[in-house]
Design a protein around this ligand. Structure first.
Ligand code: ADP
Ligand code: TRP
Length: 363
C-alpha cells in the first residue's frame, strides 16, 4: 500500500507523523481536517421547488454546522440538453440566490458554480478512462434520457455519472445528501473511487455514501396524483411562489370521494397529501387529520386549507430572501467568486495527488 500525502485523517497520519487525535489540537485544524467532507449539487434547470427543498437543500443547511460542506450548481451537467448561451449565467445565479435564501451560508459552506472550477474536468477525464461503455449504458437515468430525447443521445449524457463522480471525488467527499433518484449515480461514484484505488494500489478516494437524515430518503409527491414532484413532471410548488398561487395549487390537489370504512388504507393520491402534511405541518396537525381520516369525518377542503397555510408559512421568509438576493447581483458574484476560489483550492490539492499517483511529473 502506497502512502499518499493529502488531507490527513485519523487513519492516515500527516507527513509530520502525528495523527490529529490530540486533545490540544487547535480549533482551526480541527475544523479543517476533522470534519467529514460533504458535497452536493443541483442542476440549474429551473427554480427550486418543494421537492428540492425537503429532499435536498434543507439537508444541505442542516449539515453545514457539523461538516465541511461543498454545495455547487451543476451547470456543466445541464449542457446535455443544450441551453441557450444567454440563459446560462442567469440560471446559475437563480439557484445561487435560492441556495442563499434557504439558509446555505457562504461563511460556513463553500458554494460554487461548477464551471468556475475547471479542475473537475481533469478528474473527469481520468475517471472516464476507468469506466466502461456497458456499465454507463445500463444507468437508468441514461436509458430514460435516451428514450426521451432520441435525437440527442450525446456522449455527455452517457458520461454524466463520471462527471458527477469527479464533482464528488475532487473534494474527497464522504457524504452526499441527494434524493433517492440519484442512488445509481452514487453507485457509479463509489465504483470510480474503488476502481481508482484498486488500479493504483492506494487508499486515496473514500467511497462516498448517500446521506439523508432519518432512515430513508424523502420523496415529495406531486399534488396531481403523480408519484414525484419534479420540474419535468410540471407539478411543482416553487419556493418563490406567493401565498395566492400556493393556495390555488394545493386546492387543486387530486383527491377522491372519501374513506368508505374506518381506518382504511389510504389510496395513493390521499397518501400523497398526508406525506406532504407530515413534512410541512406540525405533528399535531398531521395527527388531527389522520384521526379524521380514520374516523371518516375528514373534509379534504379543510385539510388542503391547513396544508397550504403551513407551506406558505415555511416559504414566505424564503421567498422574501429570494427576491432580495436575486436583485443583488454584486453579492451573488462575490459569493460565487469566493466559492470558486475555495473549491479550486480543495480540488487542486486532490488533483496534485492524483497526478502523482497516476505517474505524471508534478512540478
Ligand atoms: P427535478 O426532478 O425537479 O428536475 P433535480 O433532478 O434537479 O429535480 O433534483 C435536485 C435534487 O433534489 C436531487 O438531490 C433530487 O434527489 C432532489 N429532489 C428532486 N425532486 C424531489 C422530490 N420530489 N422529492 C425529494 N427529493 C427531490
Ligand atoms: N445529478 C444530480 C441531479 O440531477 C446533480 C449533481 C451533479 C450532483 N453532480 C453531483 C449531486 C454531485 C450530488 C453530487 O440532481
Amino acid at each position: 500500500m502506497t502512502f499518499i500525502e493529502g488531507t490527513p485523517t485519523q487513519k492516515n497520519p500527516n507527513k509530520f507523523g502525528f495523527s490529529f487525535t490530540y486533545p490540544y489540537l487547535c480549533k482551526k485544524y480541527k475544523n479543517k481536517y476533522m470534519k467529514e467532507i460533504v458535497l452536493s449539487g443541483i442542476r440549474p434547470t429551473g427554480n427550486l421547488h418543494l421537492g428540492n427543498y425537503y429532499g435536498a437543500v434543507q439537508n444541505f443547511v442542516k449539515m453545514q454546522e457539523d461538516y465541511n460542506c461543498y454545495y455547487f450548481i451543476a451547470d456543466w451537467h445541464s449542457l446535455t440538453s443544450h441551453p441557450k448561451p444567454e440563459d446560462i449565467q442567469q440560471s446559475a445565479r437563480t439557484i445561487l440566490a435560492e441556495y442563499l435564501a434557504c439558509g446555505i451560508d457562504p461563511e460556513k459552506s463553500t458554494i460554487y458554480i461548477q464551471s468556475d472550477v475547471p479542475d473537475t474536468i481533469e478528474l473527469y477525464l481520468y475517471l472516464n478512462m476507468n469506466c466502461y461503455l456497458g456499465e454507463l449504458e445500463r444507468v437508468t437515468t441514461f436509458k430514460e434520457k435516451a428514450r426521451k430525447q432520441p435525437d440527442n443521445v450525446n456522449a455527455g449524457l452517457l458520461t454524466y455519472p463520471t462527471l458527477m463522480a469527479a464533482d464528488i471525488l475532487q473534494h474527497r467527499a464522504a457524504k452526499v445528501p441527494v434524493g433517492k433518484d440519484q442512488e445509481q449515480n452514487m453507485e457509479m461514484a463509489r465504483k470510480c473511487a474503488r476502481r481508482f484505488n484498486n488500479i493504483y494500489g492506494v487508499e486515496f478516494f473514500p467511497e462516498p455514501q448517500n446521506f439523508y437524515f432519518g432512515d430513508h430518503a424523502i420523496k415529495i409527491p406531486g399534488l396531481d396524483g403523480s408519484g414525484k414532484m419534479g420540474k419535468s413532471e410540471g407539478n411543482c410548488i416553487y419556493l418563490y411562489e406567493d401565498a395566492k398561487s400556493i393556495e390555488k395549487k394545493v386546492k387543486r390537489a387530486v383527491t377522491d370521494s372519501g374513506p368508505t370504512e374506518p381506518n382504511q388504507q389510504k389510496p395513493e393520491v390521499i397518501q400523497n397529501l398526508f406525506t406532504l402534511m407530515e413534512i410541512a405541518s406540525s405533528k399535531d396537525t398531521y395527527d388531527y387529520f389522520n384521526e379524521k381520516w380514520n374516523d371518516m369525518s375528514i373534509r379534504y377542503g379543510d385539510m388542503k386549507k391547513q396544508l397550504a397555510e403551513d407551506i406558505v408559512k415555511t416559504l414566505a421568509p424564503i421567498r422574501e430572501r429570494i427576491l432580495e438576493y436575486k436583485s443583488n447581483q454584486e453579492l451573488l458574484d462575490k459569493v460565487a467568486k469566493m466559492g470558486a476560489e475555495k473549491a479550486h483550492e480543495s480540488a487542486a490539492a486532490t488533483l496534485r495527488e492524483v497526478r502523482k499517483i497516476i505517474g505524471f511529473k508534478v512540478y
